[in-house]
Design a protein around this ligand. Structure first.
Ligand SMILES: [Fe+2]
Length: 273
């Protein structure tokens, strides 16, 4: 929300601009960007207008899915050129066939609730899509992670039940990875015969609190995203954390076979534009 609590406190919009510039400036520019939900705070048109302005600066295609902070109708209004947002049976589920691997987007949104759900209707759609191209490497992306993370507060606001998804993914060996958002932290695990992971946030992160009590705190650790590289064949998909800037400046301390003795001191909190 422009000038809302999250934006004033975490400067989310300014961090997102930095992340967009980072992606545009990478020496190996990504072919496309997946935005795994919670695209805005309150789901209002004003917020999505700002989001569209910022994401419109990306020099590569990007694909959106809703998170618990999102509003499907407002997303469609803000991104009229993104025809795939029409989705299926009211859900923002779709496939993107233009790239390797194939992309399948799932919609876990329950309007008005922090947690997520994959109902039989959404799961049946996934099962049908995976059955269409069983030999083509495929990435599934969704907002709520399909596994418990150990972050108690986030798990209690997580996906209601992952059994249906586990059953389907386990039957489809072409799934290279299941990618999620929601928890603002990189977490990965073996999942239903493939790997699943969550992406760090482009602004604030969820604090690494693995206690049993339900406690949520947010922390300004270095903003980042995941950079996935498709090597194909036996080499498959590899996933890297890519720091997007706006919190700590990377400093080279070793290069050309030697340590750099006069490396400048770490400079936290470099200015945001
Ligand atoms: Fe979320």
């Amino acid at each position: 929300m422009p000038e809302g609590m999250a934006d004033r406190t975490y400067q989310t919009a300014r961090h997102l601009r930095v992340a967009v510039a980072h992606l545009n400036g990478l020496p190996q520019r990504p072919e496309f960007v997946l935005c795994t939900g919670d695209l805005v705070d309150r789901g209002g048109d004003e917020e999505y207008a700002l989001l569209a302005d910022i994401l419109g600066q990306l020099t590569m295609p990007f694909y959106l899915i809703p998170g618990n902070h999102d509003d499907r109708a407002a997303m469609r209004r803000a991104f009229p050129g993104h025809a795939y947002l029409a989705g299926h049976d009211g859900f923002m589920q779709y496939t993107i066939e233009a790239w390797e691997p194939r992309l399948i987007a799932l919609d876990t949104l329950i309007p008005g609730e922090p947690g997520g759900r994959l109902c039989p209707q959404r799961l049946d759609w996934l099962h049908e899509r995976l059955g269409e191209q069983p030999d083509r490497p495929t990435i599934i992306f969704m907002h709520h992670p399909p596994f418990r993370t150990g972050l108690t507060k986030m798990d209690n606001a997580g996906l209601e039940d992952n059994a249906g998804l586990v059953g389907i993914v386990r039957r489809h060996a072409q799934v290279e990875a299941v990618l999620a958002g929601h928890v603002h932290r990189f977490i990965t695990r073996r999942f239903a015969g493939t790997v699943a992971m969550t992406a760090p946030g482009p602004a604030h992160q969820v604090d690494l609190n693995l206690g049993a009590e339900e406690k949520l705190s947010l922390i300004m650790e270095p903003p980042a995203g995941l950079l996935h590289l498709w090597l194909g064949g036996d080499d498959g998909l590899v996933s890297h954390v890519s720091y997007t800037g706006g919190c700590y400046q990377g400093v080279t301390v070793f290069a050309d076979g030697q340590w750099i003795r006069d490396a400048p001191p770490l400079a936290p909190s470099i200015p945001l534009p």
